[in-house]
Design a protein around this ligand. Structure first.
Ligand SMILES: Nc1ncnc2c1ncn2[C@@H]1O[C@H](COP(=O)(O)OP(=O)(O)OP(=O)(O)O)[C@@H](O)[C@H]1O
Ligand SMILES: [Mg+2]
Length: 496
């Protein structure tokens, strides 16, 4: 028996200044299935989802729910039609509390018509409890980790009891265990007849969860089939429009002197962390989410304070007071939460890339605009940033392209030590390869690279040595001969 179509879009078109984001897109989702969308950064996936969620109005085309045409003017209306969405960019309000965030748009009121705070808190606690989460409903979002915020977003979307749930890269910041929990939930929802549209750049995930797959390229649908008709190679070839060498561009580079030495670093979430990185080396940090890797790097870069320990750069002890002092020592970090620390969304691509580097373009007190444009343009071209112009604001770029802008900005500072925290997250396979190539170029110029990643294949593919962390400690160090997923996982779950 053919399954019912829950959602269908017909000939959807959408343009933004300078880009045709969607061009006559046809696509349908069956009832009670998981439909995965794949495609390069900027292919149009999020734009289509935002149209279905009522955030953007399509220039042309129709949307049908249960084969009846609907008009979706805003997200509230989308919700009334049974649609909810988890967004790719966690656009949360830092000052909001958990209770406020979960109850937005559905405030219970007292009999006097006032917002019933007691009821809100009660409901929040119930919602949290049902998920096995132990937060105080008054906690402000800014106090939570990225992964906590993401889990709340997922909870919130599911709590609307919608029958179409859109998940735009929901697992970009959560732990493997939480991914398992999410997938279990998705299967439960499916068996209740809910349709899930799932966007991800992670191939393992796609094959674990998909019933159907649709591949986008440049605003059009390339192909759409049941998962059994797909393998990884086919998806990648359809995404990038050509066969891609899925190897890593790792080259043998001469390893030189120690550039960075960290001894006994101790702070909130990590203890007695010691490691070093040499010229020409890519040193990986593996571990489960929450192992303390990000905390170590943040302290090292001066975003957070640490209690004790020493940091030496090129044999000289340095005082890490704040981010400025690290940048002065030519140590920079691409942070995991780009929204908070990486970019200024309402500024242009050019400003975002050149802002930390203005000195490079100032001669006799005057900004050399031509040079600035050329340099920024070159870097963006190398990283294949998809943007209509350099003056486009960053919030108009797709998620993956925003990430590339942050990376371009830090590359341009010509750092000696570059710390990359989940640098390729949300980035499509083609652009990932470009970033690996840039990393290789940097180590050839005797730079020292630290690569924190939750994707073991890229650590194994690109690093010279890997430190593994578990529960705030370094539990082991591996050199290339010892790189296997099993070795890393054993250390990542070890206790110290
Ligand atoms: N608000 C906007 N204003 C202008 N251009 C936009 C806006 N939103 C998206 N675009 C452009 O539309 C195109 C499609 O972007 P979209 O966000 O849909 O890509 P995506 O497939 O979700 O990519 P990613 O994998 O990077 O998230 C891109 O070229 C992007 O720059
Ligand atoms: Mg997107």
């Amino acid at each position: 028996m053919p399954q019912d179509i829950k959602l269908r879009v017909i000939n959807i078109e959408k343009s933004f200044p300078g880009v045709k984001a969607l061009d006559k897109v046809n696509f349908s989702v069956k009832k009670g299935t998981v439909h995965v969308l794949c495609g390069e950064n900027g292919a149009g996936k999020s734009t289509l989802m935002k149209i279905i969620n009522g955030i953007y109005k399509p220039d042309a085309g129709k949307i049908l729910i249960d084969e009846k045409e609907v008009e979706i003017r805003n997200p509230i209306q989308a919700r009334q039609l049974g649609i909810s969405m988890i967004f790719q960019e966690l656009n949360y309000i830092p000052e909001q509390t958990i209770a406020e965030s979960l109850c937005v748009g559905r405030w219970p009121t007292t009999k006097f018509g006032k917002v019933n705070w007691r009821e809100i808190k009660k409901r929040t606690v119930e919602l949290l409890k049902a998920e096995g989460l132990n937060y105080d409903p008054d906690t402000r979002l800014k106090e939570l980790t990225v992964s906590d915020v993401q889990i709340l977003e997922i909870m919130k979307a599911i709590s609307y009891k919608s029958d179409i749930i859109i998940m735009d890269e929901p697992t970009s910041a959560i732990t493997l265990k939480e991914v398992d929990a999410l997938f279990k939930k998705i299967n439960e929802l499916k068996s209740r007849g809910v349709s899930i549209i799932y966007i991800s750049h992670k191939m393992e995930e796609i094959f674990r969860i998909a019933d159907e797959i649709t591949v986008f390229r440049d605003g059009t649908v390339v192909d759409s089939r049941p998962v059994k008709d797909y393998d990884m190679k086919t998806i990648i070839a359809q995404m990038v429009g050509r066969k891609l060498d899925d190897n890593f561009p790792k080259e043998k580079v001469e390893i030189g002197d120690k550039v960075l030495e960290v001894a006994g670093l101790t702070g909130d979430g990590f203890k007695d962390v010691s490691f070093h990185v040499r010229e020409g080396e890519i040193v990986g940090f593996a571990g489960l989410m929450g192992a303390g890797r990000t905390e170590v790097m943040r302290s090292l870069f001066g975003l957070d304070k640490f209690e004790s320990g020493e940091v030496m750069i090129r044999g000289e002890k340095v005082e890490i007071k704040n981010v400025k002092s690290s940048i002065r020592k030519k140590m920079v970090m691409l942070s995991e939460d780009r929204r908070r620390y990486g970019i200024v969304p309402i500024r242009s691509v050019r400003e975002n890339v050149s802002l930390s580097n203005l000195k490079r373009f100032i001669f006799n007190g005057r900004l050399h605009v031509k040079l600035e444009n050329k340099t920024v343009g070159d870097y963006c071209a190398r990283m294949n940033v998809k943007t209509p112009t350099l003056d486009t604001t960053v919030d108009a770029l797709s998620g993956g392209n925003q990430q590339k802008v942050v990376l371009a900005k830090w590359m341009l500072t010509d750092p000696d030590v570059l710390i990359l925290d989940e640098a390729t997250r949300g980035i499509d396979v083609g652009a990932k390869y470009e970033i690996y190539k840039l990393m290789t170029d940097l180590v050839k110029q005797k730079k020292a690279l630290v690569m924190v990643s939750s994707e073991l294949p890229e650590l194994i593919g690109m690093c010279d040595r890997i430190y593994v962390m578990s529960r705030g400690h370094i539990t082991g160090e591996l050199s290339r001969e010892g790189f296997t997923q099993e070795n890393i996982m054993t250390l990542a779950t070890a206790q110290k």
